[in-house]
Structures are given as structure tokens and as C-alpha cells.
Design a protein around this ligand. Structure first.
Ligand SMILES: [Zn+2]
Length: 216
């Protein structure tokens, strides 16, 4: 693990205090910290003056050597220098990802721990969103989140939430795999570049498609 102790100014009461940021966790070595990472609690800090807790999203690297994945949490692009470092890991069969928010990060860890391909998950989330809109269960603007829940008996469960309701979609994994294997070029990832496989990514793939259709 890598840590950094910092002086932080509480956004609520304006007083400063010292707190510890974790910058890297190895899931095999730091079992307790890995647990705190999975829940997102590792980013939670408590002000000792006013006792308010809040999140600090710092640059964070999560490494799981046994399941062979590494996730960089950062609101900036992954530094280009990391690509060189990435190559030998990709050769060993690692999945390397960039996540921009704590929520995306905790979900990604769960997906990889479930042994699921995250490309399939983003596809399932996209399909669930389209179905939610098409069936007039709500408007696109009302959707507050689309979340991966679990995979059981080769069926993926996705929740689409609005402010006042939530709806679950059950998507067979086999159908998702078929879509991806029939369009391998589209879903191809450059692992060494720490791709960000999130909702913006899948939407961009489909937008490219629409733009091409308009040109032809
Ligand atoms: Zn405070």
C-alpha cells in the first residue's frame, strides 16, 4: 500500500485537520484495505471538529494480482508513462482499466470479482436503458443511475433508477456475448492504454455508428 498524510480543510466547518489518503492497494496483501476500497469507504474522511464525513476522491490504484486486474481511479487521464509499465501486465493476461468516479470504481471491482467481462456489462446497461425508454417507463432525463447488480446462472441483473422508482432488467449473458463476438472490431479494447469502459464509452460507440449511417 501507498499512503500520504495530508492537512485538509473541512469543506463544512473550514477547520483543518490531518488525514490519511491511500494511493495504492494490493488486494492480496492489504486485505482489510481492499475491503474498504470495494465499498468506497476508503475515500471517506471524518472531520474531528464538526464530525461531518465526506469523500475525498484521490488518485488511487487498485491491484488484484490473483484475479489479474488493475484499476486506476482518477479524474484525469492515466499518464502516458503507465503504458510501458502496462505492457508486461497485459502479456500476463491482465485487464487494466481507468475509472473516473468512485461509483464506477466500486462497480468495476465487483464486476471483475464476479469474473464478468465489463464490456458485456456496459452493453447490458445500455440495452436496459434503451428498453426502459422504449417501454415508456420513463424519460431519459429522469434516469439517475444504471447499476450492475449481479450475475447468476448466466443472467445479468441491471437496475435502472429514477428519483422515485427502480426497475430491474434480467439480461442473458449468452445474448450479450453474441453481440460482442459478431462485432469484435467495435468492442476491441487496447488494454495497455487503461481504457475507460463506462457508459460514456458505450454511448460513443453507438454515436459513431449513427454518424456513419448519416454519411452513407
Ligand atoms: Zn468540519
Amino acid at each position: 500500500m501507498e499512503i500520504k498524510d495530508i492537512e485538509y480543510t473541512c469543506p463544512y466547518c473550514g477547520k483543518t485537520f490531518e488525514t490519511r489518503l491511500y494511493e495504492a492497494v494490493n488486494a492480496s496483501e492489504d486485505v482489510d484495505l481492499a475491503e474498504l476500497s470495494r465499498s468506497g469507504d476508503i475515500f471517506k474522511h471524518l472531520c474531528p471538529h464538526c464530525h461531518t464525513d465526506f469523500m475525498i476522491q484521490n488518485h488511487f490504484v487498485y491491484h488484484d494480482p490473483s484475479r489479474k486486474f488493475m484499476i486506476v481511479l482518477s479524474n484525469e487521464d492515466v499518464p502516458y508513462a503507465m503504458r510501458e509499465y502496462a505492457k508486461p501486465m497485459v502479456e500476463k493476461g491482465y485487464r487494466l482499466r481507468h475509472c473516473k468516479t468512485v461509483r464506477d470504481f466500486t462497480e468495476k471491482v465487483q464486476i471483475f470479482e464476479d469474473g464478468i467481462d465489463d464490456v458485456l456489462v456496459e452493453l447490458a446497461k445500455y440495452d436496459s436503458f434503451i428498453e426502459f425508454i422504449d417501454n415508456r417507463k420513463g424519460n431519459a432525463e429522469e434516469v439517475t443511475s444504471i447499476e450492475y447488480q449481479s450475475t447468476k446462472d448466466d443472467v445479468m441483473k441491471i437496475n435502472v433508477r429514477t428519483d422515485d422508482k427502480g426497475l430491474s432488467f434480467l439480461i442473458p449473458v449468452a445474448g450479450l456475448e453474441e453481440v460482442v463476438s459478431s462485432q469484435q472490431d467495435r468492442f476491441q479494447l487496447d488494454e495497455a492504454s487503461f481504457p475507460c469502459v463506462d457508459s460514456a464509452w458505450i454511448i460513443s460507440l453507438y454515436l459513431e455508428d449513427q454518424q456513419e449511417e448519416m454519411l452513407h
